[in-house]
Design a binder for this molecule. Structure first.
Ligand SMILES: Nc1ncnc2c1ncn2[C@@H]1O[C@H](COP(=O)(O)OP(=O)(O)OP(=O)(O)O)[C@@H](O)[C@H]1O
Ligand SMILES: [Mg+2]
Length: 438
């Protein structure tokens, strides 16, 4: 099966110039000005070859030796994280020449190195170059360049100093303070804006892998989406969905997509609902270490989300005292609508952004009407508390146990059992659903 990627970009794209250091910050913040809208050039999607895609971007083409030097020979202690694609390393390049520079000087970069053999890895690498090479938006991570040399395929991104939302919600150790209610809202709004941009008429892209590890944070907790390896061109003409093999991550994929392979922008909205629920509850989408009946977060939480009296059962107790009852209820209600089993009842991402902004702008503040049973527990310090304003601007390497946890397993069958109930109880691991040739 050929690679089906859109031809939306042309070299004349007005958005970013990959090699222009004005768009890359040493702090991971956006130095290009206050861009509220992203940009992309829209032309009818047609399949394009690897050569055409690479030629049409303004991304910097790095040599393998450049990146080897920039990461100090891919030193194990510069590993930022590990995913299904490969390891991600921290490195440094000169802001003008883009050649390797001394650690601590020039621009900080994150280098993702493909370590999988085969078609799927190469396809995801190219999809990333294709999409991130053409879109510029303050809530999408910036791709600076790539390396394609012999068997080596790498991607070079702006470095995001606070790592992933996953680390902040579930990371252990003293570095990762639990995020405050306000910061969670800020991150949710940023990620929602990124997704709304992708779904907009201008871009029409379905992201397909929305999850906490793909939401990266800059030093000001601005959220940026990364990983476009599974992204798909959205609808054209009068089609109601795109048909694909099922790909994504267990726990986040929409039920109708799992059952039929029919992908729509509303499948992303469902995944957004799962992430909102993870932010509200502080629990992972799928966690086999929980008691039985609580492995799948959505299944467990839905009855509580629907009841005004019960939502405290699912709210992260690290947030106590930081939100008002009404705001928490509204957030739970929005989450529930995103998680609607029937996709037509889910809001679109523009509506989600609007509602989240209303929650943020509400004058209601934290009050004492939280769960009375937990009122005696001391509140834990959160990132976002005034006392934490100066936390370090870089995050430590993840522990070995987390790296092992992220290793991903291929799923051999093309689709999960179609007769299985929605997000059935057997979906209890966070491995990615991977099949050939989506
Ligand atoms: N640009 C970046 N800046 C800083 N850290 C990054 C950057 N990109 C990735 N990381 C870190 O590397 C980790 C691994 O990223 P990667 O996207 O390869 O895998 P993943 O999202 O955990 O899993 P998956 O392969 O399922 O997407 C991220 O969770 C994050 O902590
Ligand atoms: Mg990722």
């Amino acid at each position: 099966m050929g690679i089906c990627l859109s031809a939306r970009i042309k070299a004349a794209s007005p958005r970013h110039t990959g090699v222009n250091s004005k768009h890359v910050s040493t702090e991971g913040t956006d130095l290009s000005g206050s861009v509220s809208k992203g940009s992309a050039v829209s032309v009818p999607p047609t399949p394009r070859s690897e050569g055409e895609i690479l030629q049409s971007t303004n991304l910097k083409s790095f040599s393998f030796s450049d990146l080897k030097m920039a990461t100090r020979n891919f030193r194990p202690d510069s590993v930022l994280g590990e995913g299904g694609f490969g390891s991600v390393f921290k490195g440094w390049i000169d802001e003008n020449s883009f050649t390797a520079s001394k650690p601590g000087t020039g621009i900080v970069i994150a280098v993702k190195r493909l370590n999988q053999e085969g078609f799927q890895g190469r396809k995801e690498w190219l999809a990333e170059v294709n999409y991130l090479g053409q879109f510029y938006h303050p809530h999408l991570v910036k791709l600076i360049g790539y390396c394609l040399e012999d068997e080596h395929r790498l991607l070079v991104y702006e470095f995001m100093p606070r790592g992933s939302l996953e680390n902040h919600l579930f990371g252990r150790g003293s570095y990762f303070q639990p995020l405050s209610w306000n910061l969670r809202l800020r991150v949710a709004i940023g990620a929602a804006k990124g997704l709304a941009f992708l779904h907009s008429a201008e871009t029409k892209v379905i992201y397909r892998d929305f999850k906490t590890s793909n939401i990266l944070l800059d030093s000001n907790y601005n959220a940026k989406l990364s990983d476009f390896g599974l992204a798909k061109d959205g609808l054209t003409g009068d089609k109601s969905h795109v048909s694909t093999r099922v790909m994504g991550t267990y726990g986040y994929a929409a039920p109708e997509y799992l059952a039929t392979g029919h992908l729509t922008a509303r499948s992303d909205v469902y995944s957004f609902g799962v992430v909102l629920l993870e932010m509200l509850s502080g629990r992972r989408a799928v966690d086999k270490n929980r008691p039985s009946g609580e492995h799948n977060l959505v299944e467990w939480a839905k009855p509580y989300l629907a009841s005004k009296r019960k939502i405290f059962h699912i709210l992260d107790n690290r947030l106590e005292g930081q939100y008002s009852f009404n705001i928490a209820y509204k957030a739970a209600n929005l989450t529930l609508r995103c998680l609607s089993t029937e996709s037509k009842f889910r809001p679109n991402m523009d509506e989600v952004v609007k509602e989240l902004e209303q929650l943020r702008d509400s004058k209601e503040t934290g009050n004492a009407r939280s769960n009375p049973s937990s009122a005696r527990r001391p509140r834990r310090r959160s990132a976002g508390d005034a006392s934490n304003a100066n936390v370090a601007a870089a995050y430590p390497r993840p522990s070995a146990s987390r790296v092992v946890q992220r290793i991903q397993r291929p799923i051999k069958s093309a689709r999960p059992d179609l007769t299985r109930p929605i997000m059935g109880g057997c979906v209890v691991c966070s491995a990615r659903l991977r099949v050939q040739n989506s």
